[in-house]
Every structure is written in structure tokens, then in C-alpha cells.
Design a protein around this ligand. Structure first.
Ligand code: GLN
Length: 575
């Protein structure tokens, strides 16, 4: 009895400890080298060899999550099924791997400290002085291993945000050092660094890489694999030099050359054998070939579209490449599945307010009005919707875009003058969009919206039903305001119909317009669920409608699609 009592927990621990393998991805020299894409591409390759993989991002800032950051600070805020407001890299992880992420896939310094302080208050460290080492580093390690154990994954890839050498990253690199020491070959470190080309010397330079590896060594971590971001090929002698200076074998120096599209990166990493190098280090078998047939087929179709169409994206962050990341990626997936290239023309909603719609929206094959918060640019969005409605141009309104479609219809079809959302005018005589009852009691702004997956029933025969081919769907939300059901009869009589209704309550999740070829407003965010393997049906159907519109009306007319509205410098307000 005594023996087995001791033996069972020992076996159990060994099982937990050795089952999952851990890969850390760190960055050196500069930010924006594409750690997220490298992590997602590595996950794709490992998955294609049959391993179950999840990817986690550790963000060294003090916000609890990026939900309260504006897009100028941090690009798009991505939302998971379980309602976490997360870093946009999680969007890449899902789009590449087709596996949903969760709260546990994005951890910030704020969350680590909050959880440690809560434990301290509960008395969990009674008697000890609570310190960065071991308490903060233990919490970091716990959150990494928790994900591995929870999801029953073969491999967890953990991307460490920021750049080695940053003050904020120190506890994370220390946690990596400890995990490598504890786990031996069950843990590897991939370091992504920059090998810049100096025009004056006409040479690629390895010194920044040497320095960033030295910085890691000072913190006790020897990277196992060095991925070198460069704009031209690394010669064998450069790889030798990096290997020599950074204590790795030459096969562990991987070239990551600038790619035509992020979706090329898994293929490039396969050619460079990044996956093999990682598996060798983790002592896992690597004799099979990764099956990327579907991925290659996607790339082939993406690069050889049979036609081009042009869709306008009306928003107020058009100058920020990352603000509408998931929407632009969804267009790539949906375009490819429709055998066409969707060129997205970014249209500044305030520019529409200044110049009128015609100059900005004429000749487009479809119009999407973006999600957002705050009053800035709202009237421009409403004018764009009026134009799409009256000219029967395919229209998709997402979240705020749907709410603006409701306001536009109230004002211009139902003649509810000054109709508005109470987000923008609390005294409007027609509050057609209003705050949800539960929201009125909430005071804080972090994590307090309607967030994550909600079920929605679809009306048979509606465009939505024919798009999803399902009675009930689940989509991700992120908002405080809703369609005000007091007005539902007026809207339905006028021709704007609720075709998707929240399964628990009576909330309008989808609206459509009778007599219009394709006019859909969704209170949720379809863009968060579109992946390469599974393009989102709403985007697929919208692009299909835009394609038909193009063939019927636009044809060979010249479209000014590359022409993102330039006059944005005066719109620098941060909301
Ligand atoms: N501002 C709106 C709300 O909170 C819409 C939010 C959004 O577009 N994500 O309801």
C-alpha cells in the first residue's frame, strides 16, 4: 500500500512533465520581425506531421489585456471563443493552425502580477517575501505548462513579445532559462533576429545577431535555433559565421527571407528545415514528410486568381496596417475560395464626411463598414451605407457597421429624424441602438463588454440561413450596444429584417434588407473565425455577391483600388 501510494504520484508527475514539449520563440535586435508568423508557420509544419500544437503569446506589458488599448497602440484586438481580448498574433495562430485559442493563450505581465498578488492576499505564500524570482517566474512557468496540460497538446509554442534586452522581458527570459534547465531536451529556444543589408557596404551584416545572442547568453539562455530575417539570401559563409559566433550548428541557422505573402512562410520554413531542426532538438521523430497539400493548393489559387474585384473598407484607422488585420485576412481566404483577388480600398470615414461619397465609393464592387468605438467618423459611415443601400452595392456591416446600417435605415427610410445610437447621442429622440441592460450597471471598461461566443438562431429562407446552411450558429462578439427591440416592428414593416436572433435572449444579431441583392449587418465579428482551412461563410458569400456585381456592372471600368485615402494626417485623434 505504502509503496504504491508513493509510486502513483511519481508516475503521474512524470507523465505530466514529459508528455508535452515546449518551444519558446524569442526576438532580437528589433520588434516587428514576424515572431507571430514564424511561430504560426512552425505550428503549421508540426501539425502537418501529425503533432497537436497550440501557440501562446506572453506580452510583457502591464495592461491585463489589450482590450483597453486603441488600435494606434497595438493594432487590432482579437477575440477568442471564450471571450478573451487578446493580441492580434492569436489571429495568425488560428488562421494558420485552424485550432481555436483561449484566455490561456495570451498572458500579460499585468495578469501575472495580478494573479501573484491575489495569491499573496489569500495567504498562499504565507511567511515568504514575494519576489520576481521565484514567484513571478513560477507563475510564468505555471501559465506555460498549464496550457500544455490543459489541452493535451504534444507541443506548446510560446512566443515571448518584445525584444531580448528590454527591461520588461527579463522575468520571461529567466523563466525560459529555468524551464530549459528543468526540462532538458523537452524544451527548445528559437531566436528570431535581424540580418540587415547595409547598402553602403553592399553586405548582409551579422553583428546585430551576434549581439542579441550575447544578450540572451548574459541572461543564461543559449538559443538552440537562430532564425535570421533578411531581405536577400544568406550565403553559406554567413550561416557559418552566425553558427560560429552564436554556438549553434550550421543546420540550426535558418534563413527567413522576406516573403510575397505571410502564407508563403510555412513553405519557406519547410525548405529551410526549421521543423526538422526543432524535432531533432526535442528528440521527436522527423522521418515523415509534412503534408501541406491543402496549404499549397490554397497558395496556388491565391496567387493565380481568375479576376480582380475591389471592395471598400470604410473605417477610421485606414492608415494603420494592423487595425483591421482579421478583416483583410478574411478577404484573402474568401477571395481565394471564390477564385478571385479582393483588392481592399481603405476609405477614411471622415474623408467621406468632408468630400461626399461619390469620389470615394464610385466603382466599388462591395462596401464593408468596419467595427469601431466612438463618434469620430460615424456620419461618413452612415453616408457610405446609404450609398450602398440606394445603389444596391453588396454591403457588409460588422458590429458598429451593422449599428450604423440600422441608424441609416431609421433616418432615411423610416424618417426617424436624428435617430442614433446612445453611444453617440444619449438624448436622441430615436435610440435605435441602445446599451444592453446588463451593461448599464457596469462601471469599469476592461473586459466588460459582451465578449466571445454566443449562439444565434437563423431564420429559414434568409440570406444568412442560405449562407451558413445551419439553424444555429456561434459567433464571437465584442460590444456594449445592441439593436433596440422597441423599434423592431417599424423596421420589419419598412423592409429591414432581423434574420439572426440570439438563442438565449431576443437580441438581433443579423439584419438584412428586403429587395437588395446582398445587404447584411452582423452584430458579431465573423472575421475572427475565418481561417485558411475554413474561410468564413459570411465573407465567402459577400465576396461572391461582389464578384457578381463586378461582372454585371463594373466590368472593365478602371477601379482605383490601390489608392488608399491619403488625406488622413488631419485625423490623428486617438479614439
Ligand atoms: N461601439 C459599438 C458597441 O460597443 C460597436 C463595437 C464594435 O464595433 N466592436 O456596441
Amino acid at each position: 500500500m505504502g509503496r504504491s501510494y508513493l509510486f502513483v504520484p511519481f508516475l503521474f508527475n512524470t507523465f505530466i512533465m514529459s508528455k508535452t514539449k515546449y518551444i519558446f520563440v524569442t526576438g532580437g535586435v528589433t520588434s516587428s520581425l514576424g515572431k507571430g508568423i514564424i511561430s504560426a508557420s512552425l505550428a503549421k509544419l508540426l501539425q502537418a506531421r501529425g503533432y497537436s500544437v497550440t501557440i501562446q503569446k506572453l506580452d510583457p506589458y502591464i495592461n491585463i489585456d489589450p482590450g483597453t488599448l486603441n488600435p494606434y497602440e497595438h493594432g487590432e484586438c482579437y477575440v477568442t471563443d471564450d471571450g478573451a481580448e487578446t493580441d492580434l498574433d492569436l489571429g495568425h495562430y488560428e488562421r494558420f493552425s485552424n485550432v481555436p485559442t483561449s484566455q490561456d493563450n495570451n498572458i500579460t505581465t499585468g495578469r501575472i502580477y495580478r494573479d501573484v498578488i491575489e495569491k499573496e492576499r489569500k495567504g498562499e505564500y504565507l511567511g515568504s517575501t514575494v519576489q520576481v524570482i521565484p514567484h513571478i517566474t513560477d507563475e510564468i512557468k505555471y501559465k506555460v505548462k498549464f496550457l500544455g496540460n490543459k489541452g493535451d497538446y504534444d507541443i506548446v509554442i510560446t512566443e515571448i513579445g518584445g525584444t531580448v534586452g528590454d527591461i520588461e522581458s527579463l522575468p520571461y527570459i529567466e523563466a525560459v532559462r529555468q524551464m530549459r534547465w528543468e526540462m532538458g531536451h523537452n524544451c527548445v529556444v528559437v531566436h528570431l533576429t535581424l540580418v540587415p543589408y547595409l547598402a553602403a557596404a553592399q553586405e548582409l551584416k551579422t553583428k546585430p545577431t551576434q549581439h542579441s545572442v550575447k544578450t540572451m547568453l548574459e541572461q543564461g539562455v543559449q538559443p538552440d535555433i537562430i532564425v535570421c530575417r533578411c531581405d536577400r539570401h544568406l550565403t553559406r559563409s554567413l550561416k557559418d559565421k552566425i553558427a560560429l559566433f552564436c554556438n549553434v550548428s550550421v543546420s540550426a541557422v535558418i534563413e527567413s527571407i522576406d516573403a510575397e505573402t505571410i502564407y508563403d512562410v510555412p513553405i519557406l520554413m519547410r525548405e529551410e528545415k526549421l521543423d526538422i531542426e526543432v524535432l531533432k532538438k526535442l528528440q521527436l521523430p522527423y522521418d515523415t514528410q509534412p503534408d501541406l497539400t491543402m496549404w499549397e493548393e490554397f497558395l496556388r489559387k491565391y496567387k493565380n486568381p481568375s479576376m480582380d474585384i475591389c471592395i471598400g473598407l470604410v473605417g477610421k484607422y485606414v492608415e494603420l496596417r494592423d487595425a483591421y488585420k482579421s478583416i483583410s485576412e478574411s478577404f484573402i481566404h474568401a477571395g481565394t475560395s471564390n477564385d478571385c483577388r479582393v483588392n481592399v480600398k481603405m476609405v477614411h470615414s471622415e474623408a467621406i464626411e468632408e468630400d461626399g461619397v461619390e469620389g470615394h465609393l464610385a466603382d466599388l464592387d462591395g462596401i464593408l463598414v468596419a467595427p469601431g468605438f466612438g463618434e469620430r467618423g460615424i456620419e461618413g459611415k452612415i453616408s457610405a451605407i446609404k450609398y450602398a443601400r440606394e445603389n444596391k452595392i453588396p454591403f457588409l456591416g460588422i458590429c458598429l457597421g451593422m449599428q450604423c446600417a440600422v441608424i441609416e435605415f431609421a433616418r432615411n427610410v423610416l424618417d426617424f429624424q436624428k435617430a442614433n445610437s446612445t453611444e453617440f447621442n444619449t438624448k436622441t429622440p430615436f435610440p435605435v441602438i441602445d446599451m444592453m441592460e446588463e451593461q448599464k450597471k457596469i462601471s469599469g471598461l476592461g473586459g466588460t463588454m459582451r465578449l466571445g461566443n454566443y449562439k444565434c438562431r437563423l431564420n429559414k429562407g434568409s440570406l444568412a440561413y442560405n449562407t451558413y446552411h445551419a439553424d444555429e450558429i456561434q459567433e464571437r462578439h465584442r460590444h456594449r450596444y445592441e439593436f433596440n427591440n422597441e423599434y423592431i416592428n417599424d423596421f420589419e414593416k419598412g423592409g429591414m429584417i432581423r434574420t439572426g436572433i440570439n438563442s438565449q435572449g431576443n437580441l438581433a444579431e443579423i439584419i438584412e434588407l428586403k429587395g437588395h441583392p446582398w445587404f447584411v449587418g452582423v452584430q458579431f465579428h465573423p472575421e475572427y473565425k475565418s481561417t485558411v482551412a475554413s474561410p468564413h461563410p459570411v465573407f465567402v458569400s459577400f465576396v461572391d455577391a461582389a464578384k457578381k456585381y463586378h461582372i454585371k456592372y463594373t466590368g472593365d471600368k478602371k477601379q482605383s483600388c490601390d489608392d488608399t485615402d491619403k488625406n488622413d494626417s488631419q485625423h490623428e485623434q486617438k479614439d
